[in-house]
Design a protein around this ligand. Structure first.
Ligand code: SAM
Length: 201
């Protein structure tokens, strides 16, 4: 039987409210520091932990073919309802193994992990880095954000630094292209973010 995904605790029961919150910010603001690192040609993009699909939809509108992975059923349904587009393919799958995505034997130009990586514990992060590196094309990029701050009640999150992430990436043949820090977009004073871009070399 499939094991429950610990990182999704607290998402399903608040999906509608969370989806409203996620959709209240713009793709261009979320990625303002790294917009120049997204491909300009139509590309294949994997959005892992896609939530309500805000970023998947923005990328699909730019002409990319997007695979949106979301293990929380309620959020996946919010996304399918809000962003019904032919070039977004939704999958029920999860880190660290991404069994379903791996079975499809596809590879991607960009892999997005926005506000997701800190849901994985240390051993899971090791497995996940190897798995996502294998799904990435040569010269492809992983664009990820890491949340720093107190863990909300009922969620599972861990302290993850940009430095640890870059070091782990190096062990999977990924080179750092960008690291920066920013304040929380929802104005929470005790929350901040790192944005990390890795490239397969
Ligand atoms: C804070 S939300 C971010 C959603 C979206 N990326 C965004 O930026 O709006 C974190 C998402 O990660 C998903 N998630 C949690 N654990 C996961 C795992 N092990 N594998 C994939 N996704 C996971 C949750 O279901 C949730 O949709």
């Amino acid at each position: 039987m499939e094991q429950k995904v610990a990182g999704i605790a607290g998402y399903g029961e608040n999906a509608e409210h969370l989806a409203e919150q996620y959709e209240s910010i713009e793709f261009e603001d979320v990625y303002r520091d790294v917009l120049h690192l997204f491909p300009t040609q139509p590309s294949e993009i994997l959005d892992i932990g896609a939530g309500s699909g805000r970023d998947s939809a923005a990328l699909a509108r730019k002409g990319h073919a997007v695979t949106a992975i979301e293990p929380t059923k309620e959020l996946r349904e919010e996304g399918q309802l809000r962003h019904s587009m032919k070039n977004i393919h939704w999958i029920d799958d999860h880190l660290p193994t991404l069994k379903v995505a791996k079975q499809q034997a596809r590879s991607f130009d960009v892999i997005l992990l926005t506000a997701v990586w800190m849901h994985l514990e240390k051993e899971e992060r090791k497995i996940a880095m190897k798995v996502i590196s294998e799904l990435l094309r040569l010269r492809g990029k992983i664009i990820m954000t890491l949340r720093h701050g107190p863990v909300p009640d009922g969620r599972q999150m861990f302290d993850v630094s940009a430095q640890e992430t870059v070091e782990l990436a190096g062990q999977s043949g990924l080179q750092v292209r960008h690291v920066s820090e920013r304040q929380d977009m929802f104005s929470r004073n005790d929350v901040s973010w790192s944005i990390v871009v890795l490239e397969k070399i």
